[in-house]
Ligand binder design. Sequence first.
Ligand SMILES: [Zn+2]
Length: 353
Amino acid sequence: MFEKSTWIRLPRNVVVGHGVIDNAVDVIDDLHLQGRPLFVTSPTPREVAADPIAADFEAAGVEPAVVTVETATFDAVERVIETAEAEDVSYLVGIGGGKAIDIAKMASDHLEMGFCSVPTAASHDGIVSNRGSVPDGDTRHSVAAEPPLAVIADTEVLAEAPWELTTAGCADIISNYTAVMDWRLAKRLKDAEYSEYSAALSEMTAEILVDNADMVRPGLEESAWIVTKALVSSGVAMSIAGSSRPASGAEHLFSHQLDRLEPGAALHGHQVGVGSIMAAYLHGGERGFWQDIRSALASIDAPTTAEELGIDDETVIEALTTCHEIRDRYTILGDGMDERAAREVATKTGVIS
Ligand SMILES: [Zn+2]
């Protein structure tokens, strides 16, 4: 008897390209949302994107409410929820880097309202996925929210973002390789729920990005195009899987642990990139795929060592030996690495010296 079922939730409109923020009113109008929006943004994105979009809305006869958030905290999420209730808005638009979008996502989840994503930096795959997280004390609080109803990613705006944010987005995509290796391992060993389509899409996304790595250069709008399309594709893979599995394995556990041990030391994408080198080593042994991951990261200027991350060697070892405890997700780390093994992988891959 056949009893399987799946529910795939995807963004309805994904608009990527040069000058597309000028079409924001049309893109959102196409969703047939009623009422006023609340724009959730932060100081710089407000100037470059939120204010111009607000002017277009006003010209079209709709006055958006706007809230500016400075840090990704629960207080900020609360403030957005309060503003949404006080201003009587009916949907949210997150305009900014990962921070503003994560906050908009979490607030809209709480308010049971739709939200749209207007990323101004291609820094991680959260800009299109249904996952959101904000720090909660010394941990992070994650939610599985709805994916955005629409994504409006203007490559002209994205190309102006600090270069390291783009390289972080690339590294987050490259880490899909090891995330999928972990997923397959978890399927083989633990019968984890697995989607062949999703795994193939996630891997192919990483492959296309690596194949086009020489076009990923500072100041090139085409870089923003390549990275953003990859982030969208990775987000779709997560939607098909109904989990973050296709884009999050041991390298993400490692990064989440670094966030606890040294909050704010390095960008999410950069941390997972370095984690991915070590995870690939653990999957493939001394002569293996890990060198390819390391050179792909190096070719787009992403960090490949603890020093380049600005994190000391001992913190890397502590994260490696403890990160399996973060969540119940089976990866190549199994039930945890012992310290000598952790030192060996980190040294052999050149992550620590
Ligand atoms: Zn990530």
